[in-house]
Write a protein that binds this ligand. Sequence first.
Ligand code: ZN
Length: 118
Amino acid sequence: MYTLIIKESFDSAHFLKNYPGKCAKIHGHTWHIELEIEGEKLDEAGMLIDFGEVKEIIKKNLPDHEFLNKVLPFNPTAENLSKYFFITFQEIFSNKPFKIKSVTLWESNTCGCSYSIS
Ligand SMILES: [Zn+2]
């Protein structure tokens, strides 16, 4: 089994509901997202999928420069967002010869959340 890891980033603002700390106020992050995709069959070139093709699709579907509380119907915690991106990209890539293994979303250099189905 091959696992590819693709990283992208986007900038967006959010605040957390039902949370008493400073993140209850609106603020922004440069989010880093990592998709792990896995598959067994390589193409004639010896690739599971072209990195460039996957990166372009991921980039196109990230909420860059959006206000997450406005465009998403849930409290935009790192946990909820990583699950949301997992489901979103699972649907988007459903016709590809690989599956999404995990999505990791970093809201800072030291804090992130990984979501997978196991
Ligand atoms: Zn935040």
